[in-house]
Design a binder for this molecule. Structure first.
Ligand code: SAM
Ligand code: FES
Length: 357
């Protein structure tokens, strides 16, 4: 056991504080016993707050059109090879119907920033889902919008919003995005969403090009200030038809360590074991849960479009039916001693938060 790192883990657990140097020590630690100690400590914290329950969200990837050109992303507008699609409102609703039958009580509508989906269309879709499935939560993940747009979606019934900040450092942000997109606006969007009343998720890719450990420390400082309800992190994975096609993938080891660190710093936060983690390592999602994660977001998108929402190479589950993915995940979770929770899986501060429309 590396006693220096062990002491850092103990103080993380008790004081809920970290410095850039301490984070560096954890990232550099290669001792298996110490790493297991970190994961075990984070796991215990997750269990104190969520028992052995894993929350599930059904992901509906409803459009891969995007007006943005983020250098890392496979569905950026500059990727002429992307095979574009958008689901109709009926198709989105039938994904939710199927999800409801499979036991999902949260639907996440995710897509590129697609101008076809005007505020009016988004509100119509949100209302229709809420009407058919009043006990379900609707999460939106459709990028940067104005305060007014976010407010309209909220008033239409959207409960939560996921918008990874990608990096809290403006200089790093400018290396990942073209001019015209700014770190400042992304952060403002997150503050707007919180002010409106959403349960909000931010997050980063671990190992994105040019990222340093100091950047990740800055991300943590930003998260401590924002106090998000969810933090989505997964490894960066290169997509061959993007400017970062030849960049190395992010490390699974670093992703698991960061999950554990975040669990210790934010004991009640919702922490997904992401599809990217499951793509980078066949047992990635299980390892994520065992490092303190407590959310899974399987895909509910129709099989004929799944292979088209390709943010990165090698994405898992692109050929599977939703029902198969559901069964497979339930089995995987049970195999490691956990079970899928029933219900919406709100953040602990948002229990009894049913809003009526
Ligand atoms: N358009 C919405 C937005 O900007 O938030 C949602 C869709 S966007 C594709 C969802 C997330 O996918 C991004 O926030 C990013 O962190 C992640 N992502 C994109 N490309 C990725 C890659 N190559 N590897 C891993 N994650 C990636
Ligand atoms: Fe828009 Fe990735 S560039 S979703």
């Amino acid at each position: 056991m590396d006693n220096e790192v062990r002491a850092i883990i103990d103080s993380l657990e008790h004081e809920k504080k970290i410095s850039a140097d301490r984070l560096r020590y954890i990232f550099m630690c290669d001792d298996d016993d110490t790493k297991e100690y970190l994961f075990q400590t984070a796991r215990r914290t997750a269990q104190q707050n969520f028992k052995n329950e894993v929350y599930i969200r059904g992901l509906v990837e409803f459009t891969n059109f995007c007006k943005n050109d983020c250098y890392y992303c496979g569905i950026r507008c500059g990727n002429a090879k992307a095979d574009r699609y958008r689901l109709t409102e009926e198709e989105i609703l039938s994904c939710c119907d199927l999800g409801d039958e499979l036991g999902f009580r949260t639907f996440v509508l995710q897509g590129g920033e697609d101008p076809y989906f005007t505020d009016e269309r988004i509100c119509h879709i949100v209302k229709a889902i809420k009407e058919k499935h009043p006990s379900c939560a609707v999460t939106l993940s459709i990028g940067e919008k104005s305060y007014e747009s976010y407010k309209k979606y909220y008033d239409a019934g959207a409960d939560r919003y996921l918008l990874r900040h990608e990096t809290a450092d403006p200089e790093h942000y400018s290396k990942l995005h073209p001019a015209g997109m700014s770190c400042e606006n992304r952060k403002k969007c997150l503050h707007d969403l919180k002010e409106i009343g959403y349960q909000v998720g931010c997050g980063i890719m671990v190992g994105s090009p040019y990222q340093t450990i100091d950047n990740i420390y800055e991300d943590i400082v930003f998260m401590q200030e924002l106090q998000p309800h969810m933090i989505g992190i997964g490894p960066f994975i290169a997509h061959k038809d993007t400017p970062f096609g030849n960049e190395p993938d992010g490390s699974v080891d670093h992703t698991l360590k960061l999950l554990a660190v975040l669990r210790l710093l934010f004991p009640k936060v919702l922490l997904p074991a992401t599809t990217a983690l499951g793509t980078a390592d066949v047992m990635g999602r299980e390892k994520g849960i065992l490092a303190g994660a407590n959310v899974l977001m399987p895909n509910l998108s129709p099989t004929n479009v799944r292979g088209k929402y390709l943010l990165y190479d090698g994405k898992i589950c692109t050929g599977d039916e939703a029902a198969e993915c559901n069964m497979c995940l339930r089995r995987r979770v049970e195999r490691i001693g956990y079970h899928i929770a029933e219900g919406r899986g709100d953040h602990p501060d948002f229990t009894d938060c049913y809003r009526s429309f």
